[in-house]
Design a protein around this ligand. Structure first.
Ligand code: FAD
Length: 442
């Protein structure tokens, strides 16, 4: 069980400067000490904590999460798809981790008895312009080693999915669905079984150097919660930039929050699609486009769109935080991107407000779905890493700041764990554990 921190650990008059470069030393022997602390209890942090605990049974490891449950943000609010690895640039880390992650995930679900469905995915080219892009995708998938991909003509697609209309498609039989939030809980359970300690309701706001040379990194929420560590990994999703800055890392890559809203298909129409039905994605964006996805709970969702959220945890239009919004709007990278894709952004916003416009996108594939067949559904907020020049960063980014005292060389930040991070989570965790072994000589 996650430990809800209540211990009062220090009360001396700490400096208001949250930066680690303020290396005032404190000595509080009552604070728990760990060999390794992972900050961020999403699927990436939890999978990494699990992997480290399995590999290093002798180490004392803790996992810290700011919310009152794990997988509260991206990991618990996504499409729930187990991606096969079709879209990603051949040879890229993303492609390799997705293909490996899918295999590890299915094996893990079988071992644990986690409910999933290998319902497959049909990517549909609905007009002639999309056909060459679809064929490119097929080549990519083949190069990435995605198993049993099949190109289909309109007739074959109809046999598989009678309501789908399109010119040509790719059938991916190993794509599946699962509840990634639940999977995260399983990772945490494994971690705890190996002796790991997890903390909820602990928002890390400060790292500083303590007096204990064996456990020099002090991690605090600036209130009563403090732990000490030899080494730290942060996997903070939407807040990964803010948390990296706490140890003196640069502002970039900046995290820009994009909300993805879903519609629910009413139960009376849920039999219109058995598999995941996806469009051919627009290559300019890392978003896969509005799709039809059966969920493991039996409902069918349509979406997500991609609109700027007015704060990092902006799940609804009315959620905003002036400080965070100002920060986004004044970022030169965001301004460049907004200027370049203003038309796309405005269209996405209008589709968010006028549901029939969003339904129209779906009708390209299944005409029988009308505005009367849908209702508002959940939303997720995606952590989109962005460079100063407005580039949408699609790769993994790690950061540390060697040179700034004991802390700089002991903290590793995972600043970007791009989608499909949930599918790839077990493979990402292995990669992170390898990196930690090398970097921290564990
Ligand atoms: C709309 C949407 C649809 C998606 N669909 C899919 C899909 O179908 N399949 C797939 O494989 N992937 C999908 N993804 C991608 C996938 O969900 C993410 O890649 C993955 O969840 C990222 O996990 P994470 O642990 O890095 O981030 P998160 O899940 O966001 O976890 C970060 C955690 O850090 C915590 N935290 C932040 N700051 C602090 C702090 N200061 N102190 C303590 N804790 C802190 C947060 O509370 C949070 O729990 C989707 C993403 C979105 C947004």
């Amino acid at each position: 069980m996650a430990h809800l921190l209540k211990v009062r650990t220090f009360s001396i008059n700490c400096s208001r400067n949250h930066n680690l470069l303020n290396t005032r030393r404190y000595n509080h022997s009552s604070q728990p000490c760990y060999d390794f602390v992972i900050v961020g209890g999403g699927i990436v942090g939890s999978a990494s904590a699990r992997e480290l605990a399995l590999r290093h049974p002798g180490l004392k490891i803790a996992l810290i999460e700011k919310e009152n449950k794990f997988a509260y943000h991206q990991s618990g609010n996504n499409s729930g798809v187990i991606h096969a690895g079709i879209y990603y640039k051949p040879g890229s880390l993303k492609a390799k981790l997705c293909v490996k992650g899918l295999n590890l995930a299915y094996k893990y679900f079988d071992e644990k008895g986690i409910k999933y469905s290998k319902c497959g995915k049909l990517i549909v080219a609905s007009d002639k312009m999309e056909v060459p892009r679809l064929l490119d995708l097929y080549d990519r998938g083949m190069q990435n080693g995605v198993k049993d991909l099949k190109l289909m003509d309109a007739k074959e697609m109809k046999e598989l999915e009678p309501y789908v209309k399109g010119l040509q498609g790719i059938w991916s039989p190993h794509t599946g669905i699962v509840d990634w939030g639940l999977v995260t809980q399983y990772y945490v359970k494994d971690f705890e079984k190996c002796g790991g300690k997890s903390y909820l309701n602990f928002e890390v706001k400060r790292f500083f150097e303590g007096e204990n040379s064996e456990y020099p990194v002090v991690i605090s929420d600036n209130k009563e919660n403090t732990v000490k560590a030899k080494y730290v990994l942060t996997c903070c999703g939407l807040h990964s930039d803010t948390v990296a800055i706490l140890t003196g890392c640069p502002e970039e890559p900046k995290i820009i929050p994009f909300r993805g809203e879903y519609l629910y298909l009413l139960p009376r129409k849920k039999n219109l699609a058995k598999a995941n039905i996806y469009p051919v994605p627009d290559p300019r964006f890392p978003f896969l486009g509005v799709h039809i996805t059966p969920r493991i709970d039996g409902r069918v969702i349509l979406g997500p769109n991609a609109i700027l959220a007015f704060c990092k945890e902006g799940y609804r239009w009315r959620d905003y935080n002036m400080k965070e919004l100002k920060d986004i709007l004044s970022f030169s990278g965001f301004q460049k991107m907004a200027f370049k894709y203003a038309g796309f952004g405005l269209k996405e916003m209008s589709r968010s407000i006028f549901i029939p416009l969003q339904v129209k996108q779906i009708q390209k594939y299944i005409q029988e779905i009308t505005s009367a067949d849908v209702e508002s559904g959940p939303a997720g907020v995606r952590a989109q890493a962005m460079g100063k020049d407005g580039t949408l960063i699609e790769d993994f980014v790690f950061d540390s700041k060697p040179g700034s005292g004991a802390i700089g060389s002991r903290v590793l930040h995972c600043r970007n764990a791009p989608s499909p991070g949930a599918t790839s989570s077990l493979a990402i965790a292995q990669m992170i554990a390898d990196r930690i072994k090398k970097e921290f000589k564990l």
